[in-house]
Design a protein around this ligand. Structure first.
Ligand code: BUP
Length: 452
């Protein structure tokens, strides 16, 4: 029946990196006349999340909000975002009555990969088709999905290489360190449980596009990574939404085209004081203009240090004419979209990668933790930027000197070939989600299926 409307519920997990792609996909489905219910855990970990959600719901009154109250859980030794996943899991019995009472009845549920083991059993109980939105790269998904089959088997680790079935062996140093350790961590146990549970999903959706990550997508769908996997479908890159728009930074006005490097390591990365100082030195030495979001804490509400104390008063004085330094949340989309911005020194959170590609900004990749080396590999392989692999994890195993940083910043900013290449990726990315594009077709097919 062509008039029948699909009704889809979303359950994102915590952190802007996980929330953002859910919001974008929800808006995109709504524009295809899908009815959307958006379920969020109350309360959120960061201020950025709660402010974003209230703007989202007030911009799109057609999207129905629903709230999952959380049973308190805390463990001060763990990352607050992983604690939140755990709290959601411990509150999952409260989710069942919410899901079963939603009217009109749901056609499908889309949940975050970090909640797969929590939510999939509920959808089975309700006979509800369930899809997992994987909020990182297809490359990372190969590790996420196969980890439970290879963990502990020393065959997968040889000569400092790590073998994911069906793919070229990768340097072990690219694997998130908690996955190589025998020590229990929420990160490892959750990833293992979720990866295993995702075999029971009806589909896995990824915010990427076919020609950008052909190799891992083919390996996944040929059954080489794990057997029994549901279809893995690239449906991105998700376009930034209207509600995310804001005023461009005044500072950017009047800066020459392509002259500014934007420096940010995402919403949940803390950098050591020593590395902050070297990075500042590197930016000055590069003689590029810059916008630098500097953070010493993981969660935004904790960032109340004086800027001068963080980066040094000397630095602030020297940077006055060249750059803008902030220690608060900025509208990254507005910065990347501005023509004055010509490069992005980034931790390679997957949203940041998709945003750089969407706006055609060449990247200098400096992964900090988690999935980010896998993503940096995708960036360099696809030609979206440069990754200096021997910088290691930014998180502190070594300190990269300012001089070295300045050279690489210049290499990205002055690289005409890279600029042309990235402009082409931008066109391909936008074509993938435009009418008739590879990702767009997949979305249309899914909706058709949900309607029947
Ligand atoms: Br910080 C910051 N403004 O100041 P990622 C981030 N963002 O708009 P993450 C801002 O948050 P994980 C800021 O544009 C992106 O959409 C940014 O997501 C936005 O990294 C999002 O890039 C951050 O995926 O996630 O949050 O570090 O660690 O899970 O990869």
């Amino acid at each position: 029946d062509p008039n029948c409307i699909a009704h889809v519920a979303f359950i994102p997990s915590s952190g802007m990196g996980h929330l953002t792609p859910f919001l974008r996909l929800a808006v995109s489905l709504m524009s295809h006349d899908v009815r959307v219910t958006f379920i969020t855990a109350h309360s959120t970990v960061s201020l950025a999340e709660s402010q974003t959600l209230s703007r989202f719901f007030s911009t799109y009154p057609k999207i129905t909000p629903a709230q999952l109250p959380l049973i308190h859980f805390d463990d001060p030794s763990e990352d607050p975002f992983y604690i939140q996943y755990e709290a959601i899991q411990r509150s999952s019995h409260l989710l069942l009555p919410i899901l079963s009472s939603i009217l009109p009845h749901l056609s499908a549920l889309i949940t975050d990969m970090s909640l797969a083991s929590t939510v999939i059993p509920l959808t089975k109980a309700l006979s509800l088709p369930n899809y997992v939105l994987f909020t990182s790269s297809a490359q990372m998904s190969t590790l996420f999905l196969s980890y439970h089959t290879i963990f502990g088997s020393r065959d997968s680790e040889e000569n400092n290489l790590f073998a994911i079935p069906g793919l070229q062996p990768l340097p072990k140093s690219w694997i998130p360190p908690p996955l190589l350790s025998d020590k229990d961590s929420l990160f490892r146990t959750q990833l293992m449980d979720n990866g295993k549970k995702m075999l029971q999903a009806d589909g896995i959706l990824i915010n990427t596009f076919e020609s950008f990550e052909q190799e891992p997508l083919a390996a996944l769908n040929d059954g080489k990574v794990v057997t029994g996997l549901p279809p893995v479908t690239p449906i991105g890159p998700f376009a930034p939404c209207d509600f995310e728009r804001g005023k461009p930074l005044e500072w950017l006005e009047g800066q020459p085209m392509g002259s500014v490097v934007f420096v940010s390591f995402g919403s949940r990365t803390a950098i050591s004081r020593e590395q902050i100082r070297e990075l500042g030195d590197g930016l000055l030495r590069s003689e590029c203009r810059f916008i630098w979001v500097v953070k010493e804490n993981k969660v935004d509400r904790e960032d109340n240090k004086e800027l001068g104390e963080l980066v040094g008063k000397d630095f602030l004085a020297k940077a006055k004419d060249k750059g803008l330094v902030v220690n608060h949340w900025v509208n990254q989309g507005e910065i990347l979209r501005h023509p004055a911005v010509g490069g992005f020194l980034s931790h390679c959170g997957w949203n940041s990668v998709t945003e750089a590609m969407w706006h055609g900004v060449p990247m200098l990749a400096w992964p900090q933790h988690g999935d980010q080396k896998m993503n940096a590999y995708v960036v360099s392989r696809a030609g979206l930027g440069i990754w200096v692999e021997n910088w290691g994890w930014g998180g502190g195993e070594m300190v990269v000197k300012g001089e070295e940083i300045s050279k690489k910043v210049r290499e990205v900013m002055d690289n005409e070939l890279l600029r042309v290449q990235v402009a082409q990726i931008r066109e391909r990315a936008r074509a993938a989600v435009a009418d008739g594009g590879s990702s767009n077709k997949r979305v249309v097919e899914l909706i058709q299926m949900w309607k029947n």
